[in-house]
Write a protein that binds this ligand. Structure first.
Ligand SMILES: Nc1ncnc2c1ncn2[C@@H]1O[C@H](COP(=O)(O)OP(=O)(O)OP(=O)(O)O)[C@@H](O)[C@H]1O
Length: 589
C-alpha cells in the first residue's frame, strides 16, 4: 500500500475508533447528497424536455412544468438541510478524534524515558504529533467530500455521456494539473511545517515566559518584557519570511496549474462548439450537455481542495504514527516481583546525558543498606542529583547497573519499582489542586494518612487546610510560601509509604526549626533514605556519606571517619562550621 493510502486508511480507522456512528453518518450524508443531485439532474432533464417540446397550450405547459419544478425545489431544500447536518457531524467528529488523539499522545508521552526529554528532537516530534490531532477527521472530511464529488461527477458524466459520448474522456484531462498541484502544495506545506518546528517551539517558549505565572516575577524584576517580546517578534518575522517564500512558490504552482486547467476546459468547450457547428448534436442535448460540462469543470476545479487535504493529512499522520510508535517502550519484566528494599547497589555505574560528551557519573560503586540514611555531598555539578535519579529508576545507566536487592533495575517492572520510591526533587512541582491532592496525587486519598504525611513534613496541626486550593492563577486558588511548597513536596514523598526516600536538597527553603524537625522525623521513621544536601550539619547524622567530585566517589564513611581522614569532607565541613562561629568574617574589608 502506498504511504498516502496507508495514511488514509489509518485516518478512517482512527475516526471509526473515536466515533463509529458519527463516522458512518459523515460518510452517508455526502452519498445521500450525490443521490439527490442525480435525481435533480434527471428532473432537470425532464424540465428542459418539457420546455423545448413546448405545447402550444400555455396551461398544459405550466402543468407539465409544475411537478419537476416542485421536485427541484424539494431536492434543493433537502441538499441544504444535509449540508447543515454535515457541518455539525464533521465538527463533532473532529472533536472526538481530537480527544482520542490526545489520549493516545499522552499515553505515548508518559511512556517516554526521562532522558528522552533532553533531546530537542523529542520536543519537535511531540509538538508535530500533538498538532496533528485533527488530521484523522480531516481525512474523513476530505474523503467524504471527494467521494461526494466523484459521485456527483459520475452522475454528471453519465448524464453528459448519454448526450455527447465524446466529451467524457476529454473531461478527465483538466483533472491532471489540478491533482498534481494539490499534491505538490501539500508536500511543500509539510516540509515547511517540519522545518519550522524548532523555531515554533522557541516562539512558544518566549510566549510562555511572557504569559505564565512562574517567570512573571523575574521578568518584571529584570525588566525583560520588552526584550522577550522582541525575541518573540523576531521569530514571528522569521516564520513569516519562510511562509512568504512558501506562498510565492505555491502561487506560481497554482497559476501554472490553473492555466493548464483553463486550457483543458477551453478545449472541451471548443469540442462542444464544433459539435454544435457541425450539426452533430441537437439543441436540447447541447444545452443540457453544456450545463453538465460547466458543472463537471467546476467539480474538477474544486477537486484540488479535498485532494490537497488528503495528501497533507497523509503526510502529517505519518509523523504522528512515527511518534506514537517510537513512544512504545520495550516490555518490562513483570515476572520478577519487586520485593521490599533490603539493599540498593550501584555497580560501576556511569551515566552520560545525551547533550554532553563528559559523563555526569563515572563508575560509581556504592551500597545503600535497608533502613540506612545515606548522604551524597559534593560541589555543584559533581553528580549528586544524577546519582539520585539513577537510584530512583528515572535514568538507566549508560554503563554498569543499579541493583534492587541484587536484581538489575532494568529487569524489574519500572512502575512497580517507582511505586516503592518517594522522591523530593530539587525542582519539585506544586500542582494547581487541593493540598490533599498535592499530597496524595492519585484519587482515593486517605485523609488520615494525608494528615500524617503533612505532620511528618513539619506542618503543625491545622496549619494547612487539606481542602485549600493551590494555584492563584486558577479560580479560588491561593499561593503557598516557598518553604510550605517544599514541605508539601516532602509530604507527598512520605505519603507513598515508600521503601526508599530520595530527598534532593529537601531543606533548601526550610527554616531552621522545620529542617531540624524533618531530620529528626527521618531518623525516627527508620526508612531507607538517600539525602542530597549541601548543609553538612544535616548530613553529619547520616549512617554513610559519599563525597562526589566530577561524577566519581572520592571519599566515603560516616561523619566521624571522614572528619578524621582530613580530606575534602573535612575541609567543607570545617568551612561551613566556621560560618556559624563567632568572629567569622569574609576577609579584610
Ligand atoms: N539534563 C542535563 N543535560 C546535560 N548535562 C546535565 C544535565 N543535568 C546535569 N547535567 C550535568 O551533569 C553534571 C552533574 O549534574 P548534577 O545535577 O548531577 O550535579 P549536582 O551535584 O546535583 O549539582 P548541584 O549541587 O548543583 O545540584 C553537571 O556537570 C551538569 O552540568
Amino acid at each position: 500500500m502506498s504511504p498516502a493510502l496507508a495514511a488514509v486508511s489509518e485516518g478512517v480507522r482512527l475516526c471509526r475508533r473515536a466515533a463509529p456512528r458519527l463516522t458512518l453518518v459523515a460518510v452517508a450524508v455526502p452519498l445521500l447528497q450525490s443521490a439527490l443531485l442525480g435525481a435533480q439532474l434527471l428532473v432537470l432533464r425532464n424540465f428542459a424536455g418539457a420546455l423545448l417540446s413546448a405545447p402550444a397550450d400555455r396551461g398544459a405547459l405550466l402543468a407539465a412544468l409544475a411537478a419537476p419544478a416542485l421536485l427541484i425545489v424539494a431536492t434543493l431544500v433537502a441538499l441544504a438541510v444535509l449540508d447543515n447536518a454535515q457541518t455539525i457531524v464533521r465538527e463533532l467528529l473532529t472533536e472526538r478524534v481530537r480527544q482520542d488523539a490526545a489520549r493516545r499522545m499522552h499515553a505515548a508521552i508518559a511512556a517516554l524515558d526521562l532522558v528522552d526529554f533532553d533531546y530537542p528532537e523529542t520536543h519537535d516530534r511531540v509538538l508535530r504529533a500533538s498538532t496533528t490531532d485533527f488530521r484523522p477527521a480531516q481525512v474523513v472530511r476530505a474523503l467524504t467530500t471527494l467521494a461526494a464529488m466523484l459521485l456527483r461527477g459520475a452522475v454528471l458524466a453519465a448524464f453528459v455521456v448519454t448526450l455527447v459520448p465524446l466529451l467524457l474522456p476529454l473531461l478527465l484531462v483538466p483533472a491532471v494539473p489540478v491533482l498534481l498541484v494539490a499534491r505538490a502544495l501539500a508536500g511543500d506545506r509539510h516540509r515547511l511545517t517540519n522545518r519550522l518546528t524548532p523555531l515554533e517551539r522557541r516562539r512558544l517558549y518566549f510566549n510562555r515566559l511572557l504569559t505564565a505565572r512562574e517567570p512573571a516575577a523575574e521578568v518584571r524584576a529584570f525588566g525583560l518584557g520588552a526584550y522577550l517580546a522582541a525575541r518573540f517578534d523576531e521569530l514571528s518575522r522569521a516564520r513569516e519570511t519562510e511562509l512568504r517564500a512558501l506562498l510565492r512558490r505555491q502561487w506560481r504552482r497554482m497559476l501554472l496549474g490553473q492555466a493548464a486547467f483553463a486550457l483543458a476546459v477551453a478545449g472541451v468547450l471548443a469540442v462542444l462548439a464544433w459539435l454544435f457547428a457541425s450539426g452533430r448534436a441537437d439543441g436540447a442535448a447541447l444545452i443540457a450537455a453544456g450545463v453538465g460540462v460547466a458543472q463537471i469543470a467546476a467539480l474538477v476545479g474544486a477537486l484540488g481542495y479535498p485532494v490537497g487535504e488528503l495528501s497533507e493529512a497523509a503526510l502529517f499522520l505519518g509523523d504522528q504514527r512515527a511518534f506514537l510508535e517510537s513512544g512504545r517502550v520495550a516490555p518490562t519484566h513483570h515476572d520478577v516481583p519487586v520485593e521490599p528494599l533490603k539493599r540498593l547497589d550501584f555497580d560501576r555505574v556511569s551515566f552520560r546525558y545525551p547533550t554532553r560528551d563528559e559523563a555526569a557519573v563515572e563508575r560509581v560503586s556504592l551500597t545503600v543498606e535497608g533502613g540506612q540514611i545515606v548522604a551524597f555531598v559534593g560541589a555543584n555539578g559533581s553528580g549528586k542529583t544524577t546519582l539520585a535519579k539513577l537510584a530512583g529508576a528515572l535514568f538507566e545507566p549508560t554503563d554498569g547497573a543499579v541493583r534492587w536487592n541484587g536484581t538489575d533495575l532494568r529487569e524489574l517492572d519500572r512502575d512497580e519499582v517507582r511505586a516503592r520510591i518517594g522522591i523530593v526533587f530539587q525542582d519539585f512541582q506544586t500542582y494547581a489542586d487541593t493540598v490533599e491532592a498535592n499530597v496524595a496525587l492519585l484519587p482515593g486519598a486517605d485523609p488520615e494518612r494525608v494528615a500524617e504525611a503533612l505532620a511528618g513534613a513539619g506542618f503543625a496541626e491545622g496549619e494547612l487546610d487539606p481542602g485549600r486550593l493551590i494555584g492563584p492563577e486558577h479560580e479560588g486558588g491561593t499561593a503557598l510560601s516557598g518553604g510550605q511548597e517544599q514541605r508539601l513536596a516532602i509530604a507527598r514523598a512520605m505519603y507513598r509509604g515508600a521503601d526508599l526516600l530520595i530527598l534532593d536538597e529537601p531543606t533548601s527553603s526550610l527554616d531552621a526549626r522545620a529542617e531540624h524537625g524533618l531530620l529528626a522525623h527521618l531518623r525516627r521513621a527508620g526508612r531507607t533514605t538517600i539525602l542530597v544536601s549541601h548543609r553538612l550539619a544535616n548530613v553529619a547524622e547520616a549512617d554513610r556519606i559519599f563525597v562526589l567530585d566530577g561524577g566519581r566517589v572520592i571519599e566515603e564513611g560516616d561523619h566521624r571517619a571522614l572528619m578524621a581522614a582530613g580530606g575534602v569532607y573535612h575541609e567543607l565541613y570545617t568551612l561551613q562550621a566556621a560560618l556559624y562561629s563567632d568572629g567569622f568574617s569574609f576577609g579584610p574589608s
